[in-house]
Design a protein around this ligand. Structure first.
Ligand SMILES: *Cc1c(COP(=O)(O)O)cnc(C)c1O
Length: 424
């Protein structure tokens, strides 16, 4: 994967993993402020004339350690951690847009992102949805006011794969940056900056943390986009920073003022979670692939997963994601009742509104994550009334296959099937 060594080696031995007292992990700087010996010293920090921390909303060494790790994994030039994935998406887009501007966005988006885009409309930032996100469709939607193209590398649960090399080419010809939410892919499966994206976003709450113990987000700037400050007038004060203007605008302006910083304790938890990212993703992808193939043989359900030949994005997954399908699969059960019954009959999978945990999680998206969407929006996102979403964990695959097979085979849609659940 284009590192000078393997993924796990790179991850565990990043250049920046060095700390002041030779700690093997970043110490948790659980402080609000930093003390200085003289006013002159603190003034220099505020004037950016010397490196140093002043106040944890603006910078904190534990958070810096996590930022540097993700920056290196993604191959970026700068990274900024945020209080959540939503906070990262908000800050990144507000950094490049002003009222009156437009964003072209793929429509199989995360529910929270769709909600945010409704809010953007109210402050005059217009979202132009593109269900196809192909070179041609994007080309036809680009206008004088387009300031960003935004998409998810692997949408969920529809598992549409964004063709980053092609989309970035169209974006760049029009002088527009491509911003990719790569939460479901992780740098283990793909590195969008290397594929042509300009900015990458993760909700670290999911696979990067992996243990389901803290909310967080990160924005990684590739540092290669040639900003045109006439077009991106929201960033014009940062012109002197050239290709790093986005990072500086974020850090010293939008992100700092907006106040969506990551807590030091969460940065520490996410840092240690990331230690096992490669190991977990390898296992999760293998489990998901085996579970999808096992379920695909059963009657009466329709399985969707990227390594199945039947998936419309199978070929893209092969070429862009190195054959990996990620950790999310879904199936249609025939009816909402049967979907609920199957979910309730599972012994191991937890019913929870999250993805990317080491534990297998299941949910009925239509009645939870998409409760605010209308039928049309839901179906555009690949969610139907009978869809069950599974975020596959690291359990022993035989147990997962047995659990899901029993639930599907023994479920006709009657009764509630709760008798099997071990976590109740
Ligand atoms: C969860 C998620 C988000 C939002 O992240 P939070 O950390 O919950 O704010 C954004 N995009 C995708 C693809 C997600 O899965």
């Amino acid at each position: 994967m284009e590192y000078d060594c393997g993924f796990n080696t790179k991850l565990l031995h990043t250049r920046t993993g060095r700390f002041p007292n030779r700690e093997i992990l970043p110490p948790v700087s659980q402080v609000t402020a930093f003390r200085y010996e003289s006013m002159e010293e603190l003034e220099k920090v505020f004037l950016h004339k010397s490196m140093g921390y002043a106040y944890s909303r603006i910078g904190n060494p534990t958070v810096t350690a996590f930022e540097q790790r993700i920056q290196e994994l993604e191959g970026g030039a700068g990274a900024i951690c945020c209080s959540s994935g939503m906070s990262a998406i908000t800050a990144a887009l507000l950094a490049v847009c002003e009222s009156g501007d437009e964003i072209i966005a793929g429509n199989c988006l995360y529910g929270g992102t769709i909600g945010l885009f409704h809010d953007f409309e109210k402050i005059g930032i217009h979202i132009v949805y593109d269900p196809d996100m192909t070179e041609e469709s994007i080309q036809s939607l680009i206008s004088e006011r387009t300031r960003a193209i935004f998409g998810e590398l692997i949408s969920n649960p529809s598992l549409k794969v964004l063709d980053v090399p092609k989309v970035s080419r169209v974006a760049h010809e029009a002088g527009i940056p491509l911003i990719v939410d790569s939460t479901t892919a992780t740098p283990f499966i793909a590195r969008p900056l290397r594929m042509g994206a300009d900015i990458v976003i993760h909700s670290t709450s999911k696979y990067l943390n992996g243990g389901g113990n803290s909310i967080g987000g990160v924005i990684v700037d590739g540092g290669t986009f040639p900003w045109n400050f006439e077009k991106h007038s929201a960033m014009k004060e940062f012109k002197k920073y050239g290709k790093m203007a986005f990072s500086v605008r974020l850090r010293t302006d939008i992100w700092e003022n907006f106040g969506g910083c990551m807590a030091p304790a969460n940065a520490f938890l996410s840092y240690i979670g990331t230690d096992t990212l490669g190991l977990r993703m390898e296992r999760i992808c293998k489990n998901a692939d085996r579970l999808a193939h096992a379920l695909d043989h059963l009657e009466g359900i329709q399985v969707s997963y990227l390594t199945l030949l039947s998936h419309p994005c199978h070929e893209e997954a092969k070429s862009l994601l190195h054959g990996f399908g990620g950790g999310i699969l879904s199936f249609r059960a025939g009816s909402k009742e049967r979907a609920f019954h199957i979910i309730n009959s599972l012994k191991y999978a937890c019913i929870a509104s999250n993805i990317g945990d080491v534990r297998t999680l299941v949910i009925h998206p239509a009645s939870t994550l998409y409760i605010q969407a209308d039928k049309e929006e839901m179906e555009a996102a690949g969610v139907y009334d009978d869809t069950v979403r599974v975020s596959v964990g690291i359990e022993d695959i035989e147990d997962l296959i047995n659990d899901f097979t029993n639930a599907v085979v023994n479920t006709t849609g009657e009764g509630d099937g709760n008798e099997n659940r071990c976590c109740r």
